[in-house]
Design a protein around this ligand. Structure first.
Ligand code: AP5
Ligand code: ZN
Length: 214
């Protein structure tokens, strides 16, 4: 399967991705995770992306389309993939369609993580992540076994630089202005399924199971 997960910051895309990935053996392509790794490693891509990310704006279409273009060609992604955080603009969606057309494939389903903005600040400000795996925790909703430490590796957890109430405002603005039109783009193709993303993680996972097995 080839899936897209769309939703505002904190809607649960990164939380649900590993569950879908394990079940269907798909590759998980999260542009946010890839960009954060590039910023941390100070690669040319990371240097270009850093300012927009710190301010909660979008990185340029050319940069992110380049990353995805490389990734979807990888042998490990031929069986299918989960796109988490991409496409975020209509231009990115059009470029993606062109890429897949060349490979003779297409997107099967777009999961729309629908949730009220008001819930997101608590989710974002309470999040702790394990940078190298992308695993995320929440002080209240999904606490690690030991505070500040990853359950699997025992390595320290960190908070994302853009996970403040102030930067969240800009990220939400970018979502409503630039990414919501992407949902309309795929709605016209009749491949969007809406999820009630304010429900507990387990219930969201069950909803996704139902959609993907039908
Ligand atoms: P990105 O990393 O994609 O961030 P985002 O879209 O803002 O999404 P988040 O990762 O914040 O949210 P999520 O939905 O994954 O939430 P999670 O599951 O962790 O992008 C970051 C930046 O990179 C962008 O701002 C931009 O600058 C740049 N960028 C990336 N892609 C780009 C692109 N295509 N084009 C241009 N620029 C791009 O959950 C959040 C918290 O809530 C966690 O603590 C979790 O434990 C908890 N939680 C999850 N689900 C539930 C639940 N059901 N109930 C209670 N708590 C829950
Ligand atoms: Zn995420």
């Amino acid at each position: 399967k080839r899936l897209i997960l769309i939703g505002p910051p904190g809607s649960g895309k990164g939380t649900q991705s590993p569950i879908i990935k394990d079940e269907y053996c798909l590759c998980h392509l999260a542009t946010g995770d890839m960009l954060r790794a590039a910023v941390a490693a100070k690669t040319p891509l990371g240097v270009k992306a850093k300012e927009a990310m710190d301010n909660g704006g979008l990185v340029s279409d050319d940069l992110v389309v380049g990353i995805i273009d490389e990734a979807v060609k990888k042998p490990s992604c031929q069986k299918g993939f989960i796109l988490d955080g991409f496409p975020r603009t209509v231009v990115q969606a059009q470029k993606l369609d062109q890429m897949l057309e060349k490979q003779g494939t297409k997107i099967d389903t777009v999961l729309n993580f629908s949730i009220d903005d008001a819930i997101l600040e608590e989710r974002i400000t309470g999040r702790w992540i394990h940078p190298s795996s992308g695993r995320s925790y929440h002080t209240k909703f999904a606490p690690p076994k030991v505070a500040g430490v990853d359950d699997v590796t025992g390595e320290p957890l960190i908070q994302r630089k853009d996970d403040t109430a102030a930067v969240l405002k800009s990220r939400l603005e970018a979502f409503h202005k630039q990414t919501e039109p992407v949902i309309d783009y795929y709605s016209k193709k009749k491949i969007v399924v809406e999820l009630q993303a304010e429900k507990p993680p387990k219930e969201v996972a069950e909803e996704i199971q139902k959609v993907l097995s039908s």
